[in-house]
Design a protein around this ligand. Structure first.
Ligand code: MHO
Length: 186
């Protein structure tokens, strides 16, 4: 929690962090997005170590958001829409535990919203198979290397960005027009 500005913090893993970062950067009320690693056991992991799966970390984004503008529930609604929460340790062609779907909650309230959301989505069978998203408390978050921050913004023409990241940003724009910030709308 960034108490100085009255902002709340959310930490979410939904596959490659370039994707989630690019999506949430366009959401109003989200003041900051940092790509990083959570849920592992080796201190200060590098990207190369995380990629091997040996450190146990997931690629995640940490969001600082103003809950008066965007609620945690809305952030999760976006989360479940723009990634596939039904594939274990996998997002499309990206495979490995570092790509797992995971919500690292920062409070009991966040835990409860996350669990209720998953129950509701499973009950409505909004996906054909059950949601495998892990819900666990955030212990430590390690920011990723500088070259991973704002990756999509800086490398929009990179093949993975065009093929995988851009469609997720388009999905956000199409499915959640009301939450876009002015930067995206303009
Ligand atoms: N398979 C992609 C994932 C990038 S991501 C930051 C790549 O290796 O480029 O995990």
């Amino acid at each position: 929690m960034d108490n100085t500005k009255g902002l709340e913090t959310a930490t979410l893993g939904g596959g490659c962090f370039w994707c989630l970062e690019a999506v949430y950067e366009n959401v109003r009320g989200v003041h900051k997005v940092v790509s990083g690693y959570a849920g592992g056991h080796r201190p200060n992991p590098t990207y190369e170590q995380v990629c091997t799966g040996a450190t146990g970390h997931a690629e995640v984004v940490q969001l600082s958001f103003d809950s008066a503008t965007i609620s945690y529930q809305e952030l999760l609604d976006i989360f479940f829409d723009i990634h596939d929460p039904t594939t274990l340790n996998r997002q499309g062609a990206d495979m490995g535990t570092q790509y797992r779907s995971a919500i690292f909650y920062h409070s009991e309230q966040q835990r409860s919203i996350a669990e209720t959301t998953i129950e509701k989505l499973n009950a409505t069978q909004y996906r054909k198979t059950p949601i495998v998203t892990q819900v666990q408390p955030l212990e430590v978050f390690y920011p990723a290397e500088a070259y991973h921050q704002q990756y999509f913004r800086k490398n929009p023409a990179q093949p993975y960005c065009r093929a995988v990241v851009a469609p997720k940003v388009s999905k956000l724009r199409a499915h959640f027009p009301a939450v876009l910030n002015t930067q995206a709308a303009g």
